[in-house]
Design a protein around this ligand. Sequence first.
Ligand SMILES: [Zn+2]
Length: 169
Amino acid sequence: MTTKTKAFETKDALDLYKKIIYTEGKAGRRMDKKQIEEMIDLAIKQLGYSYAPYSHFHVGAALLAKNGTYYTGCNIENAAYTPTNCAERTAFFKAVSEGVKEFQAICVVGGRDGVLTGYAAPCGVCRQVMMEFCDPETFQIILAVSKDKYDVFTLRELFPLGFGPADLA
Ligand SMILES: [Zn+2]
């Protein structure tokens, strides 16, 4: 990675530059902006399938496997509460159940009644599932409100000191 001194005309340009440096430097491969937008679209579409009659908090996810395939998911609640499954795990389990276990990124969106007002960050259980299948240094988690407002994190940033398969090796 090379760093150059550059003048920025707007704060947005500076933020974009930081994001590019950030994704190249920390997460290895830079996510293409078009692909991020595609994932945000897919995740938002999943809000329509969310089954959340109890919390009314609708969540959608789009998981990108390293083979280029998308696996989508929504949250699925249950009257007994504990059988509830998050959108992220729905997407992961769909992929793993089809033999896919290598992943590049996930996009998550969510909000009350499906209205997006802020980031819906993965719960601890979902972060643990990500830790099972993903390299925490390179796996990217895109939290979005819209195609214009999103941030990209590595799993390591959202799950520092997480316990994973490498700890049992
Ligand atoms: Zn979760």
